[in-house]
Design a protein around this ligand. Structure first.
Ligand SMILES: CC(C)(COP(=O)(O)OP(=O)(O)OC[C@H]1O[C@@H](n2cnc3c(N)ncnc32)[C@H](O)[C@@H]1OP(=O)(O)O)[C@@H](O)C(=O)NCCC(=O)NCCS
Length: 118
C-alpha cells in the first residue's frame, strides 16, 4: 500500500552558496558514505549531487509527514545507488520506498513514494 508521496525542488545557486561557505552544510545533510561519494566528484557535480540529495531528503520528510526535525533528521535518510546508478532511499538503514532525482542547469528536484511492506 502506498503510504506517502513527497516532492521537492531546490535552486542550485542556493546550495552552492551554502556549500561554499563551510563544510557544515554538507556534513549536516549527507551521511558518511554520501560524503565519501561527494568527495570523488568534480566541482559542478558536487553541487548537483548535494542539491539532489537535499531535495530527496526533504521529499522523503514530506512523504513521511514529519518534515525534517527531531523525528526525522537528514542523517536518518540515505540515498544509495545500484550498479546502474538507480537511487534507493533508506530510513535508519531500512529501504522504505522509491526515489527519483533530477537536475537541470539551475534546479534539482526529487520525488519520493513510500510503501508499507516495501
Ligand atoms: C517539510 C519541509 C521539508 C518543507 O520544505 P520547505 O522548503 O520549507 O517548503 P516547500 O516549498 O518545499 O514545501 C512546502 C510544502 O510542504 C508541505 N508540508 C509542510 N509540512 C509538511 C509535513 N509535515 N508533511 C508533508 N508535507 C508537508 C506543505 O504542503 C507545504 O506547502 P503549503 O504550505 O503551501 O501547503 C520543511 O518544513 C523542513 O522540514 N525543512 C527542513 C529545513 C532544514 O533543516 N533546512 C536545512 C537548511 S541548512
Amino acid at each position: 500500500m502506498i503510504t506517502g508521496i513527497g516532492l521537492d525542488i531546490v535552486e542550485l545557486s542556493r546550495i552552492h552558496r551554502l556549500d561554499a561557505r563551510s563544510p557544515k552544510f554538507r556534513e549536516r545533510v549527507l551521511t558518511e558514505s554520501e560524503l565519501a561519494e561527494y568527495g570523488q566528484l568534480t566541482a559542478a557535480r558536487k553541487v548537483e549531487f548535494l542539491a539532489g540529495r537535499f531535495a530527496a531528503k526533504e521529499a522523503f520528510s514530506k512523504a513521511n509527514g514529519t518534515g525534517i526535525g527531531g523525528a526525522c533528521s537528514f542523517q536518518d535518510i540515505e540515498i544509495r545507488k545500484d550498479a546502474k546508478g538507480k537511487p534507493s532511499i533508506y530510513f535508519r538503514n531500512t529501504e522504505t520506498g522509491m526515489v527519483s532525482i533530477t537536475h537541470s542547469k539551475d534546479f534539482a528536484a526529487a520525488q519520493v513514494l513510500l510503501q508499507t511492506n516495501y
